[in-house]
Unconditional design. Structure first.
Ligand code: HEC
Length: 117
């Protein structure tokens, strides 16, 4: 049910404009990404090493309409996903990450700088 509602939101959002994270700091977000090792599973622009392949590349994530192909790519949903992906998608291969709310906001702010270029 939650997923279905999220998808309705995604269909309504056709703007693909950059999304802003209130209080999120992209440069702190990159530091968090390196500290907790998101690169172990993802190829992330700005992260030289590692470049894992488990979770797929995050280049262009800012202009993708959905998170993991299922949830509207909106700030609050992304912050929840980054902290605790299994709470949205229990079968997800993305684990709960040991980051606090403010760190997740910073990471989300960084991910929203990743356009297609
Ligand atoms: C143990 C491996 C692993 C780690 C560590 C990990 N992820 Fe993931 N991540 C995944 C997998 C697998 C998916 C795909 C999940 C799905 O489709 O259900 C995913 C999906 C995602 C997505 C959605 C991507 C898309 O194409 O829509 C984002 C964004 C993301 N991860 C960011 C992060 C960030 C940021 C970190 C660090 C805080 C991180 N991940 C750590 C495995 C991981």
């Amino acid at each position: 049910m939650i997923a279905a509602l999220s998808l309705v939101g995604a269909c309504a959002d056709k703007t693909n404009t950059p999304r802003l994270i209130a209080g999120g700091d992209p440069s702190r977000g990159l530091a968090v990404i390196e500290e907790v090792g998101c690169g172990a599973c993802h190829d992330i622009p700005g992260v030289g090493w590692p470049r894992g392949t488990v979770g797929g590349p995050l280049k262009g994530f800012a202009v993708r309409p959905l998170i993991a192909g299922r949830f509207a790519n909106q700030p609050d949903t992304l912050v929840t996903w980054l902290k605790d992906a299994p709470s949205l998608s229990p079968a997800s291969g993305m684990p709960t990450m040991p980051i606090a709310e403010d760190q997740a906001r910073d990471v989300a702010a960084y991910l929203y700088t990743l356009d297609d270029h």
